[in-house]
Design a protein. Structure first.
Length: 79
């Protein structure tokens, strides 16, 4: 089973920016305790979805910000 990309370039850049901001807040001790753990997890999830270009909640909601024409062609070839 091949995972279809559903996160576009602009969306991926925004996710990396959010991850950097969350990481900065945690590493600079601007937040601590439970909030630091939550922001750390958010940063990891954002980086993972930016790298893989796949977001499971997007799939559930039917959202696709990926404008890559090649992904649509691959699906048509498989059918």
């Amino acid at each position: 089973m091949k995972i279809k990309h559903n996160v576009g370039t602009v969306d991926r850049v925004i996710r990396v920016c959010i991850a950097v901001l969350c990481g900065y807040l945690v590493l600079s001790n601007a937040v601590s305790g439970v909030w630091a753990v939550i922001l750390g997890v958010v940063a990891l999830v954002m980086v993972f979805t930016a790298i893989t270009a796949y977001c499971f909640p997007y799939q559930l909601l039917g959202i696709n910000t990926c404008r890559c024409g090649e992904h649509g062609k691959k699906e048509e070839e498989e059918k």
